[in-house]
Design a protein around this ligand. Structure first.
Ligand SMILES: Cc1ncc(C[n+]2csc(CCOP(=O)(O)OP(=O)(O)O)c2C)c(N)n1
Ligand SMILES: [Mg+2]
Length: 388
């Protein structure tokens, strides 16, 4: 019996070609989790622990709670000061306490913070004098504190410029053999700015130890996130530059600190930058000058009240028995005293020398500045003579 070659092929078992090894996934280790990392439920009950994000020590969480409570009281006081004409403007970070405080608790004192206008709470949580923090917003001076002394850049109003400043500083630090980390606070809207992309790219290429911490509070003034980006999450924005990126529930204080701890450790180990997107919500208007009823519903704001980061952490710490009624009352009292002292000090009229406007602009003043300073000096002298 003869067989055709086709029949013979069909009859013999098919030889398999040796499998070509799968190409390694170039995004491995860069991609954020599909869902934001969460370690506490909204009611503060714990979720199963995760080996990739170990829970911070309970003492650190208790300290986080203390600073969040004082931070919220500070924030309310600053808002009240705008109504009394003591502050020109104040961007509140109420609702974002876990991010504000988590960002500074993840750092060492010799690390650097690069804040925006919204980070007054973070800076006070870092231990900077609250009157010095509010100096910019009172309009007295460009920055009330000495940035090099407190390792904190001036609060940045031009969106995203701090992203490049931080990349440069962090690169300089590592170039000189120090293991300092720089943490950049940035908003959701500001990730659309060129400086964000330039900063992240530079930091990635030169392995600068920067943590880009995006507080996605859902709005850039009146522009909602859906009009800001088509990216599935802002955390994806790091991946394109080769930066490991993660997303976290920004109203879960335990998760925020756990994720930032890992990001900071990565940067400190010389592995380059890290991007963290925290999903949170701005509970107050953009600033005291904003009318939020023009662009969002009260129901939306109310829904976020249930995810309040302070009550969430408080419930958790009470269940862990490291916080009780007496401790909660004591911290509330400390916060009240902090606000009262701030109020008193902010009610003192500041004395500002108009000529100081020309200082610290250039190391050597330009001829134009010298001329302008002379002009102001002459005008002031003439006014004083008139008054005499
Ligand atoms: C370069 C630049 N463009 C525009 C503005 C005006 N501006 C101030 S705050 C803001 C919204 C920023 O939103 P986001 O980055 O989400 O931060 P958030 O205020 O929500 O913390 C805009 C557009 C600015 N300060 N700088
Ligand atoms: Mg925003």
């Amino acid at each position: 019996m003869t067989t055709t070659p086709q029949a013979a092929r069909r009859a013999s078992p098919r030889k398999r070609r040796p499998a070509t090894p799968a190409a390694p996934d170039p995004s491995a280790g860069l991609m954020p989790q599909a869902e934001p990392v969460r370690l506490l439920n909204s009611d503060g009950t714990p979720l199963p622990s995760r080996p990739d994000y170990p829970e911070p020590p309970v003492e650190a969480l208790r300290e986080m709670y203390r600073r969040m409570v004082i931070g919220r009281r500070f924030d309310a006081q600053a808002t009240a000061l705008t109504k009394q004409g003591r502050l020109a403007v104040y961007p509140s970070s109420r609702g974002q306490e876990a991010c504000q405080v988590g960002g500074v608790l993840a750092l060492r004192d010799d690390d650097w913070v690069f804040p925006t206008y919204r980070e007054s709470m973070a800076l006070t949580a870092r231990g900077i004098d609250p009157v010095e923090v509010l100096t910019l917003l009172r309009g007295d001076w460009h920055c009330g504190y000495d940035p090099t002394a407190v390792r904190t850049a001036p609060q940045c109003t031009p969106l995203a410029t701090q992203c490049v400043h931080a990349a440069g500083l962090a690169y300089g630090e590592s170039y000189q053999g120090r293991d300092t980390v720089a943490l950049v606070y940035i908003g959701d809207g500001a990730t659309s700015e060129g400086d964000f992309h330039e900063g992240v790219n530079f930091a990635a290429v030169f392995k600068a130890p920067v943590v880009y911490f995006v507080q996605n509070n859902r709005y850039a003034i009146s522009v909602p996130l859906s009009r800001q980006t088509a990216a599935p999450t802002l955390a994806y924005k790091g991946v394109g530059y080769g930066v490991p990126s993660e997303q976290v529930d920004g109203n879960d204080p335990v998760a925020v600190l756990a994720v930032l701890n890992r990001a900071v450790a990565h940067a400190r180990a010389g592995k380059g930058p890290y991007l963290v997107e925290a999903h949170t919500y701005r509970m107050e208007p953009h600033t005291n000058a904003d009318d939020q009823t023009r662009y969002r519903d009260a129901e939306e704001v109310e829904a976020w009240r249930e995810r309040d980061p302070i009550t969430r952490l408080e419930s958790y710490l009470r269940a862990r028995e490291v916080l009780d009624d007496a401790a909660v009352a004591e911290i509330a009292e400390e916060a009240e005293a902090y606000a009262a002292r701030l109020r008193e000090r902010m009610n003192v009229q500041p004395t500002v020398d108009p000529l100081s406007l020309f200082e610290h602009v250039y190391a050597e003043p330009t001829p134009q500045l010298v001329e302008q300073r002379e002009q102001v000096r002459a005008e002031l002298a003439a006014t004083q003579e008139e008054d005499a």
